[in-house]
Design a binder for this molecule. Structure first.
Ligand code: KG4
Ligand code: ZN
Length: 335
């Protein structure tokens, strides 16, 4: 019998509910985003995001069940993101999931948001199974992990400072682009050429860590210096040069990690994996290096509840459920 998960995601600025079957098949999925509100502030304001989740969660839940043509009685469990993320935002989803669990008698399955991103690949690629190497590139995280099993991860590398999405957003802001910066930097970069050479952090490294804060500072300084000197420049060239540097670092480290682990299967995930230039670079480099590449469908790259439903399924069948004392864990780690 198919197992159905009602999944809830509220870790940042997207309120999302989905119904997912057997960890792979999305029956329905609804996302209400408060992102547009944050354009004015240049980033997420946690208090506003939390209040928006409270406003959106019930309509979102009703719509997801309506689209599925199902009720609580058709579900086997309720899965919810309990970290990492903004505490007030997470608490909205956790409280809602606990209420459903209690009222409908459904087991409660806590999910790590970062693990959800990894599982976005299961929604796209039916045949994908662990083990594989996964590069997680989101607004809050930049990790390389070895996916040893469903819900079993080994950390291979991580950013020592900023996450790659965070740097896209910061560079976008300095270029006068709106939040969220990543998609806007990508659009602008298409019109430019990578004429500027920004420094490559951790050059000659033996490990698999990332460092993006130096790159961020180099881009900001370059813009500042050119403006001070009254030099004319094409912002699209800056965007393109920055993006090329990111492509170099991400692909080099991920491919080295595959070789180091002797595991020529690589998946990427997280909001930044929407980026066309990054996707194209991985296609090219993986082909060159004999690595089988899995890219999630773009609609599952940014925050959504379907990926949480997939992760929850694998925990649920392993009996990893929680009690009603489940709390939000803003700094939760994957491994
Ligand atoms: O995974 P996600 O939706 O949320 C987190 O868990 O953080 O990632 C959001 C991040 C933002 O920093 C956003 O600018 C970035 O993903 N992003 C992109 C693109 N689309 C979203 N970065 C580069 N290129 C894109 N096309
Ligand atoms: Zn995310």
């Amino acid at each position: 019998m198919a197992k159905r998960i009602l999944a809830i995601e509220t870790s940042c600025d997207e309120t999302a509910v989905a119904v997912v079957e057997d960890g792979r098949k999305v029956i329905s999925q609804v996302v209400l985003s408060s992102m547009d509100i944050f354009k004015e502030y240049g980033g997420v304001v946690p208090e506003i995001a939390s209040r928006k989740h409270v406003e959106y969660i019930i309509p979102c839940l009703k719509e997801a069940l309506k689209q599925a043509g199902m009720g609580f009685e058709d579900m086997d469990a309720v899965g919810v993101t309990y970290g990492p993320g903004l505490v007030g935002a997470l608490l909205t989803g956790v409280s809602c999931a606990k209420a459903i669990s209690m009222a409908a008698g459904l087991p409660l399955v806590p999910v790590n948001h970062i693990e959800g991103h990894v599982c976005a690949n299961y929604l796209t690629h039916e045949e994908l199974k662990p083990p594989f190497i996964c590069l997680i590139i989101s607004g809050g995280h930049s990790h390389i992990v070895k996916v040893e099993g469903y819900s079993s991860y080994k950390l291979i590398g991580r950013t020592r400072d900023d996450a790659v999405g965070e740097v896209f957003d910061k560079v976008a802001r300095c270029l006068g682009l709106e939040y969220p910066g990543g998609p806007n930097v990508e659009k602008l970069a298409v019109e430019g050429k990578p004429v500027y050479e920004f420094p490559r952090a951790l050059k000659g490294q033996k490990d698999f860590d990332f460092s993006f804060s130096g790159l961020k500072t180099a881009v900001i300084n370059k813009l500042h210096n050119m403006e001070q000197a009254g030099e004319s420049y094409n912002p699209a060239d800056v965007a393109s040069s920055f993006q090329k540097n990111v492509c170099n670092v991400l692909s080099e480290n991920a491919i080295r990690a595959c070789n180091y682990c002797d595991l020529p299967v690589l998946a990427i995930c997280g909001g930044v994996s929407c980026n066309g230039a990054i996707r194209d670079r991985f296609v090219k480099e993986c082909k060159k290096n004999g690595i089988k590449l899995y890219l999630p469908d773009k609609k599952w790259c940014t925050d959504n509840a379907a990926m949480i439903g997939s992760a929850a399924y694998y925990h649920f069948i392993e009996g990893k459920t929680a009690g009603l004392d489940l709390n939000a864990q803003p700094a939760l780690k994957l491994c």
